[in-house]
Design a protein around this ligand. Structure first.
Ligand code: AHM
Ligand code: MG
Length: 323
């Protein structure tokens, strides 16, 4: 069988952008390299007990960083060295990070390790990334340069550190998934032109919050029960949405009484996931409008999220209108 690596695929697809000079290709390649390094550390996470606790010094005399901090540092270092990124917005940093590449065209928004509460218990975690064009005239990018609707994303993707490591991305020309072959250290094309089923049999929501949901959502959940849908909730958004993308289903993180805007972040969680799911034929909404059309006013803005198979999201939205 002829294997196609991520690097080969990216170069092949550069023709999708007639005036591209290869910067986006190089940026995607940099993300792939950083993801491999993060994967290596994630898969060693269980050894922390043996090698030394987080915050202490391991047997090699290196200090052991928390994995989410490690992942953040790793991606930032890759963007800095790669030279294609003007500024970064990360879940781990209150403000944007400018990396000194004043001529580069792109901005990256990233959640370096999503679902990080799952690391200690050997459950999948992920990285989510989103790439925008930097439209500023000034050398130094500003926070407001990131305030673009999700529909303006140039590319988006995620990496899932699971039973295998996968990188899934889109540049607006369909979605492709790559699985890391550890024997050759390369991401290989495993899921070309991914399409999500229009209807699924799975709903994913933290039902522990049920009493805090609006009656519309409670009624939709009742409907899922009545139709015998399976409930699946890992608590790692990337893993839940990845499963539903492949098998069909809906993932919901609605507003609750405590979190009136929901929990998830628009810029580096919901927008990239929404672009991927829409590109695969699914939908993503906050209950009223498409996630990709929500105006953004702050880096860490939150939004309710309903994402997945088109017919399921449409039906949930009907219930949401009831209040
Ligand atoms: P994080 O970015 O702090 O890890 O939080 C995001 C995660 C998502 O991956 C997941 O879908 C959600 O939080 C789970 O939240 P909850 O524990 O409230 O159900
Ligand atoms: Mg997150």
């Amino acid at each position: 069988m002829k294997v196609k690596t991520l690097g080969q695929f990216i170069i092949e697809r550069q023709a999708d952008f007639p005036f591209a000079k290869g910067e986006l290709s190089r940026l995607l390649r940099d993300i792939g390299i950083a993801a491999k390094i993060v994967n290596r550390e994630v898969s060693k996470a269980g050894l922390v007990e043996i090698l030394g606790d987080t915050g202490t010094v391991n047997i090699q005399g290196e200090s052991v960083k928390k994995l989410d901090v490690f992942a953040n540092d790793q991606f930032i270092a890759a963007f800095k060295a790669g030279g294609e990124v003007r500024a970064i917005a990360s879940e781990e940093n209150e403000h944007i990070i400018t990396v000194g590449n004043t001529n580069s065209k792109y901005l990256v928004a990233i959640d370096p390790l999503d679902g990080s509460s799952n690391i200690d218990v050997n459950v999948s975690v992920g990285t989510i990334f989103s790439i925008y064009r930097c439209n500023t005239e000034q050398a130094e990018a500003q926070e407001s340069d990131f305030f673009q609707i999700g529909r303006h994303q140039i590319a988006a993707g995620y990496v899932i550190y699971g039973s295998s490591c996968m990188l899934v991305y889109t540049t607006g020309h369909g979605v492709n998934g790559f699985t890391l072959d550890p024997s050759i250290g390369e991401f290989c094309l495993s899921h070309p032109d991914l399409k999500t089923p229009e209807q699924g049999m799975v709903y994913s929501i933290n039902e522990g919050n049920r009493l805090q949901f609006s009656s519309g959502i409670q009624n939709y959940i009742n409907q899922c029960h009545a139709r015998g849908f399976a409930s699946r909730y890992i608590g790692s958004g990337v893993a839940d949405i990845h499963r539903n993308l492949l098998k069909g289903g809906i993932f919901m993180y609605p507003a609750t009484q405590k979190a009136t805007q929901g929990k998830l972040r628009l810029l580096y969680e919901c927008n990239p996931l929404a672009m991927i799911v829409e590109q695969a034929g699914g939908s993503a909404t906050n209950g009223l409008v498409s996630i990709l059309d929500i105006p953004i006013q702050s880096l860490h803005q939150r939004t309710p999220l309903f994402i997945g198979s088109k017919h399921m999201v449409q039906e949930a939205q009907q219930y949401l209108k009831q209040g």
